[in-house]
Write a protein that binds this ligand. Structure first.
Ligand SMILES: Cc1cc2nc3c(=O)[nH]c(=O)nc-3n(C[C@H](O)[C@H](O)[C@H](O)COP(=O)(O)OP(=O)(O)OC[C@H]3O[C@@H](n4cnc5c(N)ncnc54)[C@H](O)[C@@H]3O)c2cc1C
Length: 407
């Protein structure tokens, strides 16, 4: 049997490892558009800040593939999958047939409709190769000021990384708050104060309509016509699954590729995992893409095992995000918006922290916090296990709360 895995990232590597752990014979071939051995996308902000060298960001060396007897075809994207012929076609014209296929091609940045966005000096922090170019360009062009478009998780990480090189940073965000997918408005205000305390300037409720400059970016023109001069622009407004390769096929797609509880697509010989796959959220059951590393790794593992006949059910993706601004942890878990009238919010605030939990029927369904909190692990366990917290509701968010044994 021959298995092809499209994608050499978190889900693809996890699938290959799981397959090899139970089947020493099956042929595994990883096809990936990038030339690098697998590395962690989570480390890219540290590549910008230079806190980590490539030695540490490269997760695997080439021996990994040899040891696990994995064939690799790196450096050309898959442009088409033909399920009827069980084959994948690469942009370089090569094609390979498979018995089972895993699509683990991840996601790519959304490119906003901004005039002249293809100018030199406009970057996306999406691959190791593109990320390395950012500081090379900044150094070569003596960049003193950068604009980041988008105040989400990666935009903020990028801002702080650039600040470490004494580059002034302005973040331009269309919404009225930062980290809008992670925090509610009140906690987002506190996060904004923290971000500003690092020297990052933030323009909320502002859109960029044009990148200015001759050949190279020299600024951004906002929708209200104001100009911000800068030597470098980074775009970070979200990601979109890499699913063009299945265009024209009958595979069912919604936001991402639809899969069943075994991560099998609507074609029984094709599986999908990671940022391309739409899976149920563990807490709500709603199908979505919770695009974080641990979800991709677990989905890869489950898909891999199922592909070699080890029936394994995927029980849903976690929605959890952790960010650090100025050394202060910011955490969001589960739901952050009230979805129905049964929900109530409890909160706790002191000079160092602000915490909120969303509770439905005495069960925590969402939690967010800024500042240190020793009971994060306990809260996450309550959310996942749907623990009844009626006995501790008054004190569960307090600094001095300690979980007690249940009778
Ligand atoms: C800058 C950044 C920081 C992040 N930080 C965090 C973090 O701190 N914590 C966290 O949990 N998550 C973080 N994430 C998200 C996390 O990295 C992703 O959710 C995770 O990597 C998804 O894994 P994946 O295997 O689905 O895709 P990826 O890891 O993106 O791998 C996709 C693979 O597919 C290949 N590929 C793409 N298109 C094709 C094609 N057409 N043909 C062949 N190969 C193709 C790519 O080259 C790559 O090898 C971050 C993401 C980014 C971009």
């Amino acid at each position: 049997m021959k298995i092809i895995i499209v994608g050499n990232g978190a889900a693809g590597i996890s699938a290959a490892t799981a397959i090899r752990s139970v089947d020493k014979k099956v042929e595994i071939q990883i096809v990936s558009k990038e030339r690098d051995a697998a590395y962690s996308l989570c480390a890219l902000p540290y590549v910008v800040s230079k806190e980590l060298t490539q030695k540490y960001t490269a997760r695997l060396d080439k021996d990994f593939y040899k040891q696990l007897k994995i064939k690799t075809v790196f450096g050309s994207p898959v442009c088409k999958i033909v399920p009827e012929r069980q084959s994948v076609i690469l942009q370089n014209g090569k094609s390979f047939s498979y018995d089972k296929l895993l699509i683990a091609a991840g996601a790519r940045p959304v490119v906003p409709p901004i005039e002249e966005i293809d100018k030199k000096g406009v970057f996306f922090m999406d691959t190791l190769e593109n990320t390395k170019k950012i500081m090379n360009y900044a150094r070569k062009n003596r960049v003193k000021k950068a604009v980041i478009i988008g105040a989400g998780f990666t935009g903020i990480e990028a801002a702080m990384a650039l600040k470490m090189h004494q580059i002034d940073v302005v973040i331009v965000e269309m919404m009225d708050r930062i980290l809008a997918r992670m925090l509610d408005p009140e906690i987002a205000v506190e996060a904004l104060k923290l971000l500003k305390s690092t020297g990052v300037e933030v323009r909320l409720g502002s859109g960029v309509k044009k990148i200015t400059g001759e050949k190279n970016a020299s600024g951004v023109r906002l929708s209200d016509n104001k100009l911000i001069n800068c030597g470098l622009v980074m775009v970070s407004i979200g990601v979109r699954p890499n699913i063009e390769m299945i265009n024209g096929s009958d595979l069912q797609v919604n936001q991402g590729i639809e899969v069943d509880q075994y991560l099998r697509t609507s074609d029984p010989s094709i599986y999908a995992a990671g940022d391309v796959a739409e899976t149920p959220d563990y807490l709500t059951g709603v199908k979505t893409i919770n695009a974080i590393w641990p979800n991709a790794v677990e989905q890869g593992r489950v898909a891999g095992l199922n592909m070699v006949g080890q029936e394994t059910v995927y029980d849903g993706s976690d929605s959890i995000n952790v960010l650090n601004i100025a050394g202060v942890p910011i955490v969001s878990m589960g739901q952050i918006e009230i979805r129905d009238k049964k929900c109530e919010i409890i909160s706790f605030r002191n000079e160092k922290s602000f915490r909120k939990a969303l509770i439905r029927d005495n069960v925590i369904v969402g939690f967010e916090s800024i500042g240190p909190f020793r009971q994060l692990g306990f809260i996450w366990s309550c959310i996942k296990k749907k623990t009844d917290i009626s006995d501790s509701k008054e004190k569960i968010l307090r600094d001095n709360f300690v979980p007690v044994l249940q009778k």
